[in-house]
Design a protein around this ligand. Structure first.
Ligand code: ADP
Ligand code: MG
Length: 659
């Protein structure tokens, strides 16, 4: 449509205007208009393909004209009652009492009925909530016993949560599913922090890049840009020092930034800054990264750019959220769960170490008797023992990059909700018995214009409907749904949608998100029950930190969660009152900084030798890789000399330490 319009505009002035045909057409139109006016017939709606926006003003300016004097929301047609025509169709199934009843028309009736049917397929009753909580607890417990279960229950080696007194300046990066954020965090030690950040959308082609290097090189470049922009002095001096320093102390300069790497994909964690990617989710698919240490992949690209940055900690965004919430929440109540409801969904909670009966490799602090566990609950019930499946859930799964996996996430999180709505709406549009986004008769549209949908509309394209519009639908409670209709135009290129179209869209969107919120309550409720703290009179509050655009921006998402929690056996109204769900603002950044701090504290004095050795090896590898890819090859002699100097340096340090 946009292209067509552009073409039109560029060609038009090139033609020489011919006045006569225009004059004839204008005269004919005037006569026709006068005739219609005298006969009081409705004007034919203009076929207005290039009209990309409507506004209140248009209807208001019409309303003073005698022909458009009726209020815009009163049905345009005054049909005589007939057996197949209903003047008062059933109101659409959402409780907005001030919305006037839809205009009369058999197809509008059919739209109302079809909307009710589609909405009912997303019903998720209190009994469903309870059945799901039981199954969730069962699958959680299975995950604590062995590997390879649907809820992975990955031990994170984090055995305590912060108390707000932590201090220092750290870097944090967050590879979510949609955005890459780079930030520096100054922890002030009094539960407050200062955060500076840059955010960039991850280019779609990098999500399915041929090699992981392409993605990680992009991430390292963003870190460089951030340092140059926000920490220029520090960056220049550190880079200079690093280039000239030949001693390990040079490398262990306090000006090397410790970086917490929030990586929100399933990882088998092997240490505080080491973890192998288990599988991609959220539409990513770069096969060569599977099984590799993602910290090493990032560090290699950081080193290639010679940045003064050490990847000190690998953090799952859920763990970061839990940490951040604990750091910032005041009072004696520490948080028990960090939950993400953004592109994807996942949660990390504090578990008693004795309940983790599967082997935990490596060393960890046993004194607290607790460990943070990353549930990877996006994969809850991949086997579909209980999860609801509409035809559109099945269609979405079939067209995803990972069919049969992340089945809970595919019903709950931002990346998928828009697509479920799109698939449902598309099926309704294809149904000839139903008038959705169709110009059956424009006189039934209170805006009195032609409804049409551009061939470039996101509704017609897989993954073309961003979940953000679902929030617009939910928050527009005006009688004419004008904000939503504007958004349908601007965002989805559905031009001049009728009130009934918007009502139907809103009802389907609400139903899909409501089911998602109630499923979210299943996960939160199960963890609250698992904590065993609901019945503990000592615990007045069970604090839960959440993050992600869906929970943050969708109106009343948390209220819908609470409503479902009340219905859970073992929680009820009293338990729900005890559960405090709060947004962990900037959770992933602050959380990653906190874990980088923990990692720094864990660095032992002798570690510098390993660091140095690793650093030299990385530099040599980077040089070799650079030579192989970018530059003419370096002489072997230079490499041998470089290597020998490195070995000599290690030997000298080792000798000194022995003495
Ligand atoms: P990330 O997962 O990369 O950390 P976010 O937490 O911002 O990023 O989540 C992005 C996801 O949230 C996208 O799938 C997007 O469609 C969805 N989203 C963004 N804004 C809204 C909104 N206002 N309402 C509902 N979903 C939203
Ligand atoms: Mg996130």
């Amino acid at each position: 449509m946009a292209k067509a319009k552009a073409r039109c505009r560029t060609r038009w002035p090139l033609r020489r205007p011919r006045i006569l045909p225009f004059a004839v057409v204008a005269a004919a139109a005037t006569v026709l208009a006068l005739a219609l006016f005298v006969l009081q017939l409705p004007l034919p709606a203009p076929v207005d393909f290039f009209s990309h926006s409507f506004s209140h003003d248009r209807s208001r300016s019409r309303s003073h004209h005698p022909y458009f004097s009726r209020p815009p929301y009163v049905p345009a047609a005054r049909l005589e009652p007939a057996s197949d025509i209903c003047l008062k169709p059933t109101p659409f199934p959402f409780p907005i009492s001030n919305i006037p009843l839809a205009a009369s028309h058999p197809l509008t009736m059919a739209l109302a009925a079809e909307t009710t049917r589609v909405v009912s397929l997303f019903d998720f009753s209190d009994a469903d909530v309870n059945a799901h909580v039981q199954e969730f607890l069962r699958q959680m417990s299975e995950g604590l016993k062995r590997d390879g279960t649907s809820i992975s229950q990955i031990p994170t080696y984090v055995t305590g949560v912060p108390d707000g007194t932590e201090k220092g300046l750290y870097l944090a990066v967050d590879l979510g599913g949609t955005n890459f954020r780079v930030c520096s965090v100054m922890l002030n030690g009094d539960t407050t922090f200062n955060l500076t950040y840059n955010k960039v959308a991850i280019p779609k082609d990098l999500m399915v890049a041929k090699t992981s290097r392409e993605l990680f090189a992009f991430l390292a470049k963003q870190i460089e840009l951030f340092l140059r922009e926000h920490h220029a002095d520090h960056f220049e001096s550190s880079t200079r020092r690093r280039h000239t320093a030949s001693t390990p102390q040079g490398y262990r300069d306090e000006h090397i930034f410790r970086l917490g790497f929030t990586f929100s994909f399933p990882v088998k964690q092997l240490g505080i800054n080491k973890g192998k990617l288990i599988r991609w989710t959220k539409g990513f698919d770069i096969p060569d990264a599977i099984g590799k240490d993602v910290c090493a992949l990032l560090q290699a690209e950081i080193d290639r750019l010679r940045l003064p940055v050490k990847v000190a900690a690998l953090v799952n965004d859920t763990v970061g959220t839990l940490m951040a919430r604990s750091y910032t929440s005041t009072g004696k109540h520490r948080s028990i769960l960090g939950g993400i409801f953004g592109t994807g969904t996942n949660g990390a909670y504090i578990e008693k170490t004795k309940n983790i009966t599967k082997p935990i490799e490596g060393q960890y602090d046993t004194t607290t008797g607790e460990m943070v566990v990353n549930t990877e609950w996006g994969s809850f019930d991949n086997q579909l023992n209980v999860l609801p499946s509409t035809p559109w859930d099945r269609a979405l799964d079939g067209s995803s990059v990972n069919p049969g996996i992340q089945m809970f996430e595919k019903r709950v999180s931002g990346m998928f909700l828009g697509e479920i709505v799109r698939l449902a709406v598309l099926d309704m549009m294809k149904n000839d018995e139903v008038s959705l986004f169709k110009d059956i008769d424009s006189s039934f549209n209170d805006w009195r214009t032609t409804t049409n949908i551009s061939s470039e509309s996101g509704v017609l394209r897989a993954w073309g409907l961003d979940s953000a519009i679902l929030s617009v639908a939910a928050s527009d409670n005006s009688p004419e749904l004008s904000t939503l209709r504007q958004e349908l135009e601007n965002n989805l290129h559905v031009y001049n949608p009728s009130l009934e179209d918007a009502q139907s869209f809103k009802a389907v969107a609400n139903a899909v998100v409501r089911r998602a919120a109630r499923l979210s309550a299943v996960a939160i409720g199960a963890v609250a029950l698992q904590s065993g703290k609901l019945d503990d009179p000592e615990e007045e509050v069970l604090d839960i930190g959440v993050d992600g655009s869906l929970v943050e921006h969708y109106p009343f998402f948390r209220d819908m969660i609470y409503e479902a929690l009340v219905a859970v056996d073992g929680i009820g109204p009293e338990g729900a009152k005890k559960i405090r769900i709060g947004i962990a603002k900037d959770g992933s950044g602050v959380g990653a900084a906190l874990i980088a701090l923990v990692a720094q504290r864990m660095e032992k004095p002798g570690d510098f030798l390993a660091d140095l050795r690793g650093d030299i090896k990385r530099s040599l590898d980077a040089m070799q890789a650079n030579n192989a890819i970018d530059e003419p090859s370096m002489s072997t002699t230079a490499l041998v000399v470089g290597g020998l100097i490195g070995v000599a340096a290690i030997a000298a340090i080792w000798y000194n330490r022995q003495r």
